[in-house]
Write a protein that binds this ligand. Sequence first.
Ligand SMILES: Nc1nc2c(c(=O)[nH]1)N[C@H]1C(S)=C(S)[C@@H](COP(=O)(O)OP(=O)(O)OC[C@H]3O[C@@H](n4cnc5c(N)ncnc54)[C@H](O)[C@@H]3O)O[C@H]1N2
Ligand code: MOO
Length: 411
Amino acid sequence: MDFFRVQPVNKVIELIEEYVQPVSKTEVVSLSEASGRIVAENVYAREDVPSFSRSTVDGFAVKSNDTYGVSEMMPGFLSVIGEVEMGRLSEYDVQQGQAVYVPTGGMLPTGCNAVVMIEDCEQVEDIVNVSRSVATNENVILKGEDVKAGEVLIKKGTKLRPQELGALASLGIDTVAVVKKVIIGYLSSGDEIVPFSTTDLPPGKIRDVNGVSIPALAEQWGAEVHISDIANDNYSDFRDKAEHLFQECDALFISGGSSVGAKDYTTEVIASLGNGDPGILVHGVSVKPGKPTILSVSSKKPVVGLPGHPASAMIIFQLFGKRIISHLTGQGEVFPLTGKASVSQNIPSSPGRTDFIRVTLEEGNPFPKATPVLGKSGLIKTLVNSDALLEIEAPKEGVKQGETVTVHYFM
Ligand SMILES: Nc1nc2c(c(=O)[nH]1)N[C@H]1C(S)=C(S)[C@@H](COP(=O)(O)OP(=O)(O)OC[C@H]3O[C@@H](n4cnc5c(N)ncnc54)[C@H](O)[C@@H]3O)O[C@H]1N2
Ligand code: MOO
């Protein structure tokens, strides 16, 4: 048997965009649990932030036109009528020729429209000498300048970062409707694979690496992961485990057996799941590493057969798994974290295939220097030793020493 439906990387991405639909279940969580979650509906501001005009400096609140034309040589004199206390309502109504001391963050008294910094003032009893002029609204944050009541504070589909959580806190919003975590099923397959916790490794066996690295990545991207026991190279055991996960999860990732060996049941198992509509879309991707990748969508659920080699599995999961999770949560397009680098040596590549070369990055000018980390895709340490993946686009025959290239950072 040979690979069938070999597709270029861009085509696989298009198929994911076309076939992977949001699962769109929502739940309400408290702000303390909301970090990294996706907002399910627009969040509107219920009130102005700040709710009163505040000073951004320690100084004297004034009418700005009282300071026009003043200088160190020719200070202006204003009479100090009092002091605003922090966290208290200001009761002053400042008239022309008057000033009130206000601390940073204190309420701007009525009648004032600017604050002169304390460094530009000299107070002698109830008179202040002002030696620098201020413009209207200088050193002031106006009521509603940060957020206006009624405006959309956070748009549906936004991933909540610390700054969004801070904005919600500023409005006293303590719960938020978010998209339910996508549930990813993960299954390692192969007679040689044993649980990673196995202490005395029997001859011919290897510990389950992908069963740790792939779920860790999925969790890092906000998914909940259900991990199955390892499947043997026995069709019915393999299918039962895959079927169980397929039923309880939104998407399923299976590692190993995606190639074309005699006992490689992954394709058959994947083809048997769900209603088969549209079924296997990709078997083989023109990418290195990771050629024996399978993509299927059946009963609206994506199923991916990842290559068994640990570095290949991780690279393919970075490339396609992140996009699948993003589409399932309704976030849509993924913008890979990329940068420019200058390559330290010639690297050949076959035209028609996208290559992802593991590289280290060192400081360089104008771009960091990228040096390949040599090693086969079965070696997990090549990823431990690398800082990024250098992409050689499909049409190219390689890259030349000193050429500026795109590198993908691990997300
Ligand atoms: N005749 C061909 N043979 C192979 C081809 C090919 O095109 N023609 N492609 C090779 C490439 S490239 C890769 S990648 C592998 C992928 O094969 P499978 O997806 O079928 O994976 P396995 O054969 O099951 O495993 C490959 C390798 O990885 C180890 N492995 C598997 N699962 C895990 C795991 N969970 N943790 C750690 N290591 C794992 C497994 O023991 C094998 O050594 O196919 C090549 N062959
Ligand atoms: O296609 Mo494989 O994943 O290069 O080792």
